[in-house]
Unconditional design. Structure first.
Lengths: 185, 176
């Protein structure tokens, strides 16, 4: 996999349109999910994802392989773009993902169920620290491995695993208290 | 050595990401199963809820814009390269022409040094002598050059006689 990725990275660096197409298809949905969950707004997420690819396209000459996978490099760009965007934004929005559902769930029942889970997740994510939120979003929305996540904020893989563990435990507690409240109602 | 719980959790998360069931993963770690299961179920819920997809029309339009920008940039670079190589080629032609003139001219002058009246290169030899006289400063030096060239004419005539070749009239008039 690493060999494949380094070969794509080399071709992308030579501005091979086919390689850019492959990179786009592979990472666009993952980066979009990650950005969307962080900014919580469809229009802003669409603007940001385009900016990420423009930025990647402009800075690809300075990309050095040296064991840093291109996925980590792309997510680092996305992370910086989001941080910059949130700093500038007058209002702060987190995980108002209801508007992202669109036509993904055709069944009203499934949609209602998912909306409820989204609400739960939104509430639970608010109880995490920023570092825990970053790891969860990169792991489960971005689809990165802990090794890849470790390259983005520059943490050790052990630290990422510890954050992942503590974050999942916190989310579990939040989900449990949510379902207990539901039962008492 | 026994694995740390965080490592086991990470291994299971990777396995369920690849499509393995939670049950299969728990079976691999029976001692940790009780602690693992709720965390894996939470991770599955988070993954499911996070599966937001971009609008296909937006995704395609953004891809088109990116690849068009890539193409435009490549065309610009190719044009710049072409202009650069155009200049390079023009300069290379000029330099090559100058070198050819110098090399051919220099070789012709050297080859003409031993030519005799009537030879193809003889006019080059006399033209070189005239140029040397013209470029030499001072009357005295010019006079000594004239004497040197007159001696050269005599040697040429001797060579022509030896070779049984006719002596052209202009050469005779120079000696006179």
């Amino acid at each position: 996999v690493q060999g494949e990725e380094s070969s794509i990275a080399r071709r992308v660096q030579k501005r091979d349109p086919e390689a850019w197409g492959i990179l786009y298809e592979e990472y666009f949905p993952k980066l979009y999910r990650y950005i969307a969950l962080r900014v919580g707004n469809k229009a802003e997420a669409e603007d940001l994802i385009e900016q990420v690819f423009v930025k990647a396209f402009e800075s690809i000459p300075s990309f050095r392989w040296r064991g840093v996978p291109i996925s980590a490099w792309l997510f680092r760009i996305a992370h910086n773009q989001v941080v910059d965007h949130l700093r500038k934004a007058t209002r702060s929005k987190t995980l108002s993902v209801g508007e992202f559902l669109g036509n993904n769930d055709a069944e009203p029942e499934a949609m209602a169920k998912r909306n409820m889970t989204i609400e739960q997740l939104a509430g639970a994510m608010g109880t995490l620290t920023q570092a825990q939120r970053d790891v969860i979003q990169l792991r489960f929305a971005g689809g990165l491995s802990t090794a890849q996540v470790a390259k983005i904020p520059g943490k050790s893989q052990g630290a990422v695993k510890a954050l992942q563990h503590s974050a999942l435990a916190t989310l579990r507690r939040s989900f449990s208290s949510w379902s207990n409240n539901e039962k008492t109602l | 050595m026994r694995k740390r719980f965080e490592d086991i959790l990470d291994i299971c998360l990777e396995r369920i990401t690849r499509g393995e069931s939670v049950e299969l993963c728990l079976a691999s770690y029976p001692e940790e199963a009780a602690e693992l299961e709720p965390l894996l179920r939470v991770a599955l819920s988070v993954t499911e809820v996070s599966s937001i997809e971009p609008r296909p029309e937006f995704k395609n339009a953004a891809k088109y814009r990116l690849l068009s920008a890539l193409e435009a940039k490549e065309e610009k670079r190719a044009r710049r390269r072409l202009v650069f190589w155009g200049w390079q080629r023009r300069w290379a032609t000029v330099v090559a022409a100058v070198l050819v003139v110098i090399l051919i001219g220099g070789s012709a002058v050297m080859a003409s040094a031993n030519s005799l009246p009537g030879d193809t290169l003889y006019p080059v030899k006399t033209a070189t002598e005239k140029a040397r006289v013209f470029l030499t400063p001072g009357d005295e030096t010019k006079a000594s050059l004239h004497i040197k060239f007159a001696e050269c004419r005599l040697r040429e005539m001797e060579a022509l006689v030896e070779a049984e070749r006719p002596i052209p009239a202009p050469v005779l008039s120079v000696v006179h």
